[in-house]
Design a protein around this ligand. Structure first.
Ligand SMILES: Cc1ncc(COP(=O)(O)O)c(C=O)c1O
Length: 341
């Protein structure tokens, strides 16, 4: 099987498993796990913040990060395709009482004008007050879209001007960093809270980190335990994340190249399905035209290629460290041939 459903399907490498086995551990609820502590210090420093908290998932880091900035009954503003809006099972509302309003976007790309149009900070007794803006970089459902640094900066200024918070869902911030060359710290410093994942393109089995001020992270530690997310000898997992940071960041460029190869192969058969130069990182969104995406992905699965049907006529393929450029070429040819009929 060539599995292009997501970059979350990767298995830990032998070297990563060895690092996990060798990790010194302790009880992280007592903040006594040396490997967790090392990961938290490393990632806070990388992103230019004071402190961080290791959590089980990107969803948990997003929930905690948004909650630090938004009180129950207030709103966070994000784009209509944001992971926090579509794929976190309404957790922000169901658990933390946070409401959400969304602005339109093309392929998830941020435009400060759209944000400025809908925020309502300190709205008084008549409207829900906007307490934070949340941005996704890269943007998953948008197709691995990289947010322009000037727009990110302009929204940071807008948030500061209105005294509202700014959260980054940086599950794939590593991909944006590798593609643009913008330092992780330059991205990180724009935001009040940042969530990054190790279980996507970096290939760790589990783990995300929330980054912010020391005061915010102390609050997040309480909120995490309240969610049942306090864990004990989590150093075995943190070791995989440290290994990923040391060995799997630079190679993301290979995933980006493989995504282009895949898109080129598809477009070679059906140019309307995807514009290869629209592929910015490791995600490729295919327009299946009049072919239902579910039927196409079932036909592909029978032939050994797994992709995700994201909409009635929209399919997604994601490259990662468990597929080669040749796999992607082969899969792209197959998708193109089936689409061309
Ligand atoms: C952009 C983005 N944010 C957050 C998450 C949530 O991560 P997790 O699956 O670890 O909860 C994902 C998962 O794919 C994602 O793509």
């Amino acid at each position: 099987m060539i599995d292009l459903r997501s970059d979350t399907v990767t298995k830990p490498t032998e070297q990563m498993r060895a690092a996990m086995l060798a990790a010194p551990v302790g009880d992280d609820v007592y903040a006594e796990d040396p490997t967790v502590n090392e990961l938290e210090q490393r990632v806070a420093q990388l992103l230019g913040h004071e402190a961080s908290l290791f959590c089980v998932s990107g969803s948990m880091c997003n929930m905690l990060g948004v909650r630090l900035l938004v009180e129950p009954g207030q709103e966070v503003v994000c784009d209509v395709q944001a992971h926090i809006a579509r794929a976190e099972m309404g957790g922000h509302a169901a658990v933390h009482g946070v409401t959400m309003r969304t602005f339109p976007s093309s392929r998830g790309r941020l435009q400060v004008a759209e944000v400025a149009k809908i925020i309502s900070p300190a709205a008084g007794p008549y409207l829900v007050s906007t307490a934070a803006v949340a941005i996704e970089n890269t943007h998953n459902f948008g197709g691995g879209t990289i947010q322009p640094f000037e727009e990110l900066t302009a929204v940071a200024e807008l948030c500061r001007e209105h005294s509202i918070g700014y959260h980054l869902d940086g599950a794939r911030l590593w991909n944006a960093h590798i593609s643009t060359g913008v330092a992780l710290e330059a991205y990180g410093r724009l935001f009040d809270t940042v969530s990054v994942c190790f279980s996507k393109g970096l290939g760790a089995p589990v783990g995300s980190v929330l980054v912010s001020t020391a005061e915010n992270i102390a609050r997040a530690r309480v909120l995490r335990k309240r969610l049942g997310g306090g864990w004990r000898q989590a150093g075995v997992l943190a070791a995989a994340c440290l290994y990923a940071v040391d060995h799997h960041v630079q190679r993301l460029a290979d995933d980006h190249a493989a995504a282009r190869i895949f898109a080129d192969a598809v477009a070679g058969h059906v140019p309307t399905a995807v514009a290869p130069n629209s592929v910015e990182t490791n995600v490729v969104v295919i327009d299946t035209g009049t072919t239902p995406a579910a039927a196409l992905s079932a036909a592909l699965a029978e032939r050994g290629v797994l992709v995700s049907a994201l909409g009635p006529f929209m399919m997604r393929a994601v490259t990662h460290l468990d597929v080669t450029a040749d796999d992607c070429e082969l899969a792209g040819q197959l998708v193109g041939k089936l689409l061309a009929g």
